[in-house]
Design a protein around this ligand. Structure first.
Ligand SMILES: CC(C)=CCC/C(C)=C/CC/C(C)=C/CC/C(C)=C/[C@@H]1[C@@H](COP(=O)(O)OP(=O)(O)O)[C@]1(C)CC/C=C(\C)CC/C=C(\C)CCC=C(C)C
Length: 466
């Protein structure tokens, strides 16, 4: 993918309403390119943090905004004098409006709402379309490669996607790969080479792919996906903004700042995914409330990730790259150094020193950065962590309300990922809040057992509440 080939592919635009639309651990994973031998690369685990609003506040704001219709999207996330939650909520409303519009068009075209009662309608598209300008073999190949990356990086999640309809599954893979590549820019082995300019180039590539000019085959898969589903570019741009924050911001003053960061790097994933996973045709929930739940799940996951990785993020980072990573060597459109591209053994030892926990809450608990660097579990730390875990669980609770509203085939993987990620919080507790020297994880047996639980929840029908 580093060849600089710029793909020019034209997708038939079906949806005209679409606004064109750490301190690191060094686990090693095997990436399996389709055509070649597997090679090993290191995966850096990232972390991040969360917001201070309560779920009841979220609900209140939702009902207020919906009854007055007062909150219209203003086109930017960065307006001063509003809370992060309010800014993010504007994005939620915009995304929900796009999907609502898409569903209305579908319903009008079919002129019969009962046709919308099975899962292969609303947000699905016809995979058998062909036209003179698109090379469908190449496209299928591109999606296949996305599936391989997904299988390699997120095995359980990949298995979950196999339960989705083939078209949705491919679209989720394409989104996954773009998110993963974006994250790897600042958290992967090439992170020391990534500058704000590189992120600007990555954002330009994003614009290009949304306009039908993908740069490589992974981009081509996403380009096709966003031409078929009512996916907006804003959450993608916002994720890149989150990576910019990661480059320049080592501390978060309060939960409001953390919330915005969590939205950027993870809440956005929820917003990107809903249009593809689809809302159940029989759901009576408002589109906004489903998006709100998706946002909450992203934030809950990210908060959990941050709590799990406190020690890793604060301790010295080690990059051990001893294998070729050429496939990733120009991810931001700029060739990286030879050492990084060709995997000369590279050990970088520098304190990453990131603390994503809200500084004001740490101070209130009588804790300082030094306490975190020291990494000693004290009563103060336990009590602080209890509050943080409680908050993360509130976001999971908020998210749960929306899962039942998703299309039936999408519910199982989402339930599975929700239940599994939430269990990481239980594991932190079981480790007596030692997230400095122990990595909270969910064992294979627990993972396996949560699948039938997730399935049982997934077969429940969407709420009939208006
Ligand atoms: C079905 C499903 C879960 C779909 C989402 C698939 C998708 C596109 C995932 C992309 C994830 C990704 C690579 C994000 C980049 C930024 C990042 C790294 C965020 C952290 C994820 C976990 O990271 P990591 O792989 O490093 O973690 P481990 O170390 O391996 O544990 C995050 C913590 C965020 C992930 C956020 C989500 C998966 C959002 C989930 C929300 C939805 C799918 C919406 C569901 C809808 C409703 C209505 C609830």
């Amino acid at each position: 993918m580093s060849s600089g080939v710029h793909w020019v592919v034209c997708w038939p635009k079906e949806n005209t309403s679409h606004a064109l639309l750490s301190l690191t651990t060094t686990t090693t994973t095997t990436f399996l390119p389709r055509n070649g031998s597997p090679f090993r690369r290191s995966k850096m685990y990232s972390s991040s943090s969360f917001p201070s609003s309560s779920s009841s506040k979220l609900k209140l704001r939702l009902s207020t905004s919906l009854s007055t219709g007062a909150l219209a999207y203003s086109g930017t996330v960065a307006t001063p004098a509003r809370s992060s939650e309010e800014k993010v909520y504007e994005v939620v409303l915009k995304q929900a409006a796009l999907v609502r519009e898409h569903r209305n068009i579908y319903d009008n075209n079919n002129n019969n709402i009962t046709q919308n009662q099975n899962d292969s309608t609303a947000l699905d598209f016809n995979p058998t379309i062909t036209d003179g300008t698109t090379n469908w073999d190449l496209l299928n190949d591109a999606y296949f490669r996305c599936g391989e990356v997904c299988a390699e990086y997120a095995k359980t999640f990949y298995l979950g996607t196999l339960l989705m309809t083939p078209e949705r599954r491919k679209a989720v893979w394409a989104i996954y790969v773009w998110c993963r590549r974006t994250d790897e820019l600042v958290d992967g082995p090439n992170a020391p080479h990534i500058t704000p300019k590189a992120l600007d180039r990555w954002e330009q590539r994003l614009t290009d792919l949304f306009e039908g000019r993908p740069f490589d085959m992974y981009d081509a898969a996403l380009s096709h996906t966003v031409s078929k589903y009512p996916v907006d570019i804003q959450p993608f741009r916002d994720m890149i903004e989150g990576m910019r924050l990661d480059l320049r911001k080592p501390r978060y003053k309060n939960f409001d700042e953390l919330y915005l960061y969590c939205y950027y790097v993870a809440g956005t994933v929820g917003l990107m995914s809903v249009p593809v996973m689809g809302i159940a045709p029989e759901s009576k929930a408002s589109t906004e409330s489903v998006y709100n739940a998706a946002l909450a799940l992203g934030i809950a996951n990210q908060l959990t990730n941050i709590l799990r990785d406190v020690g890793e993020e604060a301790s010295p980072m080690q990059y051990k790259i001893n294998v070729p990573i050429s496939d990733f060597s120009s991810w931001a459109g700029k060739p990286l150094s030879n050492a990084a591209s060709f995997g000369a053994k590279l050990d970088i030892n520098a304190r990453r020193g990131r603390i994503y926990l809200p500084q004001d809450e740490l101070a209130q608990a009588g804790l300082s950065d030094e306490d975190i660097f020291r990494g000693k579990v004290t009563d103060k730390w336990r009590s602080f962590m209890k509050g943080q875990i409680k908050r993360a669980r509130m976001f999971f609770d908020e998210a749960e309300k929306g899962v039942a509203e998703l299309n039936s085939a999408s519910r199982w993987p989402v339930w599975a990922s929700l239940l599994l990620y939430r269990k990481i919080l239980d594991s932190i507790e079981a480790n007596d809040y030692d997230n400095f020297t122990k990595r909270a994880y969910v064992g294979k047996a627990k993972k396996f057992l949560s699948l039938p639980v997730a399935y049982a929840r997934a077969v429940m029908r969407p709420s009939q509440a208006a």
